[in-house]
Write a protein of this length. Sequence first.
Length: 411
Amino acid sequence: MPEFTGYNVITTEKGVPIKAWTKGVQVEDQARQQLINAAQLPFIYKWIAAMPDVHWGVGATVGSVIPTKGAIIPAAVGVDIGCGMMAVQTDLNANHLPDNLKAIRSAIEAAVPHGRTNHGGAGDRGAWGSIPGRNQEVWRDELKQRYDTILRKHPKLDRGNHANHLGTLGTGNHFIEVCLDEADHVWFMLHSGSRGVGNRMGSYFIELARKEMRRFYINLPDIDLAYFPEHTEHFDDYVEAVEWAQDYARRNRDLMMEQMIGAVQASGKLPPFTTELEVINCHHNYVARESHFGENVLVTRKGAVRAREGDMGIIPGSMGARSYIVRGKGNVESFHSCSHGAGRAMSRNEARRRFTVDDHIRMTEGVECRKDEAVIDETPAAYKPIDAVMAAQADLVEIVHTLRQLVCVKG
């Protein structure tokens, strides 16, 4: 793996600088311009930090860390609020695994609803038809009351799935995996967020912010950078909603992991095992109040993981590539952040045009996963090389474990 340390500085004619941990990693022109656009906003604190997986997103780039004072930008969080990773280390090792892993994959797929059918309506295979009792309990005791409070102010948000998505995977780059680390210990890992309800909240408040900009004739370099000033009603309402969605996302991952572990234990394919050796659950699309350089600020990480000194995090590669369990180094220049993955190297449509099913089969050799046309947009070559991404952020995190996928479930 090449050795890089430090960052590049992208200077802007107006606005704060951009510190980019992108040495040895390609950055598309669209993403660079989005960073420059965001840097022009008057309430950005000190600078914007770009992670090595940075790529184009709606309004703000995916892979950016945007600190603000006095305002919040809903599109800088995005619509998959609270999306993140969870990983648990088991006391199993490679010798405990069967030669054919298809039954393990099938057990996981049966236990965790995934994908999307019927446009998300009745009978959608990605939602619960009958919500398990454990999931109902979490919804009722931990989430419903706060959700109802949000709805009283914004009733338009109540128009789709919520409790029936709790403990479900979704589509796109969300996944569940069985992995081996460098010592052949078995890990379970998954990636998902706040599902339909978080998407609804994100989209709703992004549009509400756009309307506020038009109402007050505020000109922006990109209307998707619309914001709410602090001490306004919409600011407080958005913070309330985004904090709730982040909690929903974390519990969604917890429940999926419980369901996955239970399914693998019940499959009869493995000996009894425990999963309490190491547990990590971290957001990478979220906003938090933090202190940096002696000031209390809002830090929005869109496709970035908090990496304070000692923080444990997860940086996944694409299906068929390595993933990493990391420990933060507390780099102050990055606002204590690191990348959230490899980052897309091309759009989903371009990946579908460029690669074939045969390409995908070749690139996922040795991984028990879907090998059909519907997942070509997630094929490994659609992402940046994870080795280059990790090298570019050597001063942000240290690698604790290197994982390789054996089973990958995608929607």
